[in-house]
Ligand binder design. Structure first.
Ligand SMILES: [Zn+2]
Length: 69
């Protein structure tokens, strides 16, 4: 299910987590060469991705919300 990114936060390991409109969280790590999301490393890059969509697997699985809307 495609969901818009509405916010971000850092987890306990300083990895970036996107907050999706559905109330689920999703890690958006930049961990080259396997995971390349250079945009997540800068405030400008993160801002540019606000409102973009990520495929939310938790929605597909009807997972409980990570955060209430
Ligand atoms: Zn979701």
């Amino acid at each position: 299910m495609d969901r818009h990114i509405i916010d971000y936060h850092l987890d306990a390991k300083s990895d970036w987590v996107a907050v999706l409109e559905c109330g689920h969280f999703q890690h958006v790590r930049h961990d080259p060469p396997w995971i390349n999301r250079p945009w997540v490393a800068t405030p400008e890059g993160r801002a540019s991705m606000l409102g973009q969509v990520l495929a939310c697997r938790k929605c597909d699985d009807n997972a409980p919300l990570d955060r209430k809307r």
